[in-house]
Write a protein that binds this ligand. Structure first.
Ligand code: NAD
Length: 456
């Protein structure tokens, strides 16, 4: 009998769907299908591959609302956010649908002839993704991988596999050949680990926690697999006293409580220049208490539940006696993995909430004294994914942004991710970049061909 996986709806704690549970055999079958499909897919003429990807874009557009509702229910995110994320997945495929017709290569004159470089697809690429932005993050990987001529096996997070499974059927309907897009839903330690070990998988593109990222990098070394890692974060939101403090404080909740704080870019360390702390906290209090937490399918909802009971327990462990709760929002009664938006202040510097990734709606406010102090505090972490700098002094803004050890910074803004610009981390937030003009480079190998022009 086929084993099954119950997929829950976090806002109700009810079973939303029951699906076949993949294991090692299913991964092996998917890799074999992807390997068989690769020669024909890489041989599709660039214009035809682009056309097929554009048909997929049209198919996703036709199913935008269906996918958004499925994502909202399965991941517990507000329907408005889910629509935005599916929109981003569509934009990602649209952007990379032009890539097959823009391959990069060089010609380099050398002694005795000419060298040309070409970028070749790698073959079967394994994609392992988390539950926080399920189809959006899968699209950041699938779109450039497919555009470059690879076939893919996607292992979505076991808590949120439904949009990926629906996507795979839409890809077939759009005309992508059988075996080009494969999805196996199952536990990471079985399915993900098998993808990492599989000798026929050329590369792993992973988004998830730093702990699992470490084991993937170690496992991939056995077969010298290419790896890109988008991992955790503990980003700083640095607010100088010469900033528009009110604007910074009003924006700060969405830099950390968006997606109920389950966001790798969450600016969960809010560093505020000491002289501005009182003003900042008083505006922040109003903004946090006004957040509407509730049913993801209610259009007015701004924050949903956490993904699971386990995640709620993990988040709750950061809110303990050593750090005072200065601000706490409201949550609905009854079933659902709810957790209120929470701001801790004051917080001991070595408190876990000030040091570790929380991945829930909990932020700490930390005072700083000078520009140098702000930079030192912001960089005092193993992570380096995102961050913000708020000041009216343009030169200082750029100076501080340059000094922060982080892959994605925003000045007088908290937005980090765009389809058209590179995204990725410094330090233990990972390596490699997704999105932007060079993302297909991570799914190709450079081949150098020398042509003798002097005869033999
Ligand atoms: P996770 O690391 O627990 O799981 C991520 C994926 O890896 C899942 O599909 C899981 O099944 C799989 N997996 C688990 N163990 C595995 C193993 N041993 N071998 C192979 N695969 C395995 O992460 P999560 O809890 O799903 O997501 C939260 C984490 O993801 C946070 O740390 C967050 O910061 C990070 N994240 C990073 C980014 C980014 O772009 N940097 C984006 C979103 C989330």
């Amino acid at each position: 009998m086929t084993e099954t996986l119950d997929v829950l709806e976090p806002a109700t704690e009810e079973i939303l769907d029951t699906i076949p549970r993949g294991g090692v055999d299913e991964v092996d079958a998917a890799v074999a299908a992807a390997k068989a499909a690769f020669p024909a897919w890489r041989a599709v003429a660039p214009g035809d591959r682009a056309r097929l990807l554009r048909r997929l874009v049209a198919m996703m557009e036709d199913h935008h609302e269906e996918l958004a509702v499925l994502e909202a229910r399965n991941a517990g995110k507000p329907i408005g956010s889910a629509r935005g994320e599916i929109g981003m997945a569509i934009e990602t495929f649209r952007y990379f649908s032009g890539a097959p017709e823009r391959p990069h290569g060089e010609t380099i004159p050398v002694a005795g002839g000419m060298v040309l470089t070409v970028r070749e697809p790698m073959g079967v690429v394994g994609l392992i993704t988390p539950w926080n932005f399920p189809l959006a993050i899968a699209s950041w990987k699938m779109a450039p991988a497919l555009a470059a001529g690879n076939t893919v096996v996607l292992k979505p997070a076991e808590l949120t596999p439904l949009t990926a499974l629906r996507f795979a059927r839409l890809a077939l309907e759009a005309g992508l050949p059988e075996g080009v897009v494969n999805v196996v839903a199952g536990p990471g330690r079985e399915c993900g680990a098998r993808l990492v070990a599989h000798p026929d998988v050329a590369k792993i593109a992973f988004t998830g926690s730093t702990a699992v990222g470490r084991s993937i990098a170690a496992g991939a070394s056995e077969t010298i697999k290419r790896v890109t890692l988008e991992l955790g974060g503990k980003s700083a939101n640095v607010v100088f006293a010469d900033a528009d403090v009110e604007a910074a404080a009003k924006a700060a909740p969405w830099a950390v409580f968006d997606n109920a704080g389950q966001d790798c870019c969450a600016r969960s360390r809010i560093l505020v220049q000491r002289s501005a702390v009182d003003e900042f906290l008083s505006v922040l209090k109003g903004a946090v208490e006004a957040i509407r937490v509730g049913d993801p399918l209610d259009e007015a909802t701004e924050m949903g539940p956490l993904i699971s009971a386990g995640q709620r327990e993990a988040v709750a462990s950061f809110v303990n006696g050593d750090a005072e709760v200065a601000i706490r929002g409201r949550v609905p009664d009854g079933p659902g993995f709810w957790f209120p938006p929470t701001v801790l202040w004051p917080v001991p510097e070595d408190h876990p909430a000030a040091v570790d990734e929380i991945f829930g709606p909990v932020a700490v406010v930390v005072p700083f004294d000078s520009e140098a102090d702000a930079i030192a505090k912001a960089n005092d972490t193993i992570y380096g994914l995102s961050g913000s700098v708020w000041t009216r002094d343009g030169a200082k803004a750029l100076r501080v942004a340059r000094a922060l050890e982080s892959g994605n910074l925003s000045i007088n803004s908290n937005s980090s991710v765009r389809v058209t610009t590179p995204f990725g981390g410094f330090k233990q937030s990972g390596y490699g970049r997704e999105l932007g003009p060079h993302a297909t480079d991570a799914y190709t190998e450079v081949k150098t061909i020398f042509m003798n022009t002097e005869g033999n």
